[in-house]
Design a protein around this ligand. Sequence first.
Ligand code: NAD
Length: 446
Amino acid sequence: MQIAIFGTGYVGLVLAATMSDVGQDVTCVDVDVEKIAGLKRGEVPIYEPGLEALVRDNQAAGRLTFTTDPAVGVASASIIFIAVGTPPEEDGSADLRHVLSVGEMVGTLMQEPKIIINKSTVPVGTADRVKATVTARLAERGLTGLEFDVVSNPEFLKEGAAVADCMKPDRIILGVETAGGRSEQLLRELYGPFNRNHDKILVMDVRSAELTKYAANCMLAAKISFMNEMAHLADKIGADIEKVRLGIGSDPRIGYHFIYPGVGYGGSCFPKDVRALISTAREHGIDPMVMEAVNNRNNHQKTLLFDKIRARFGSDLRGRTFALWGLSFKPNTDDIREAPSRTLMEALWAAGAHVRAYDPKAMKACQEAYGDRPDLFLAQSQEQALEGADALVLVTEWKSFRSPDMAEIAAKLKQPVIFDGRNIFDPAMAAGYGLEIVGIGRSSRM
Ligand code: NAD
């Protein structure tokens, strides 16, 4: 099949790579001229395990091409995916400008029937708005009879495992106007190679599909915020949240997934999607009590490591240096959007401290975000980050941080303390090296 994908970010590029890998002809369209020029040269702008090789192989095979020209994308394909960003507006609602501008382009350029599939995370009712936009442009061109369909097909990939998630999705949600209609049949065919083990396709109406994506992300965010609240309590009352986690996870109704306490969720999805659903609820006269609490707890959680550092070193951190391990919002990605590391670094800088940061993949993103600040040193290795530091702060649980040389850490730090924002270090083991671990919810009595 010939498909076009508008937006070559984490979602669009991974979708393009996996679709072309199973034999589809994919044209990627993006407004970012530099990104497309780089991709044409074979440069993959983001880090996702396995992505670079897929892009390279399918580009070489001629199944994956890149353009900034929407006319080329629209003409090339009968199936058009929208995978552009939906960033938050000031009030938290989703900014649909990019999504609707793709609708404008399709309505202005299409010459034959199309299926428009929305993969971006969008509020309920957006498919109707895309439909209205395309209809209006067609009417202007005197092409009211030209058929098209708008399908909601939200994406559930996880950054850091995006290729694997697209190759083996847990579920494929299709929000269609007519169940069993032509669009559903075509999409069943398109997703066939990823749907062989058992049928993972769930067909529903468009609005339910749009809400499913937000409900999923908000539920996951709620699990995290709930555990973070329990961690606070554990800290104050002399309990260890890690023991509590194991104790509750063993109940199959709760399960072990997504109940790790930490320094808060970040990234380009959870924070913005929780805020967007709050905004949708308000628009419809519903008081989003649970989601407000989830959001508030998370904002507070992102300042927790700084509070713990301040409790130890005082509010004036001038002359202090902190080694920071982990910049990305989670392991296996280079994405630092809304990452807790940023909240921490900005608080440390405001208090006069210096930061020596290291991340296995997000150094470039950090350099781009913070440039050449004199109070930021971008280390070449996790060991180099430790040199001359007062203490170590662990923010992201990358594998390479899990079993470090504790003797070396103890020797390099001026004060033998590690602030462990993900509870990956065993306090008893670290104590054997003379190191104190200040974790989350482990009765560190900050
Ligand atoms: P991203 O910011 O990485 O990429 C978006 C791309 O769209 C950019 O390259 C941008 O230049 C391009 N773009 C903007 N306007 C365009 C236009 N008119 N035509 C063509 N390209 C255009 O975004 P992302 O992380 O891939 O997310 C895309 C959408 O998918 C969002 O709605 C997001 O919420 C959702 N989503 C993201 C993830 C994730 O893990 N990143 C997972 C599921 C869903």
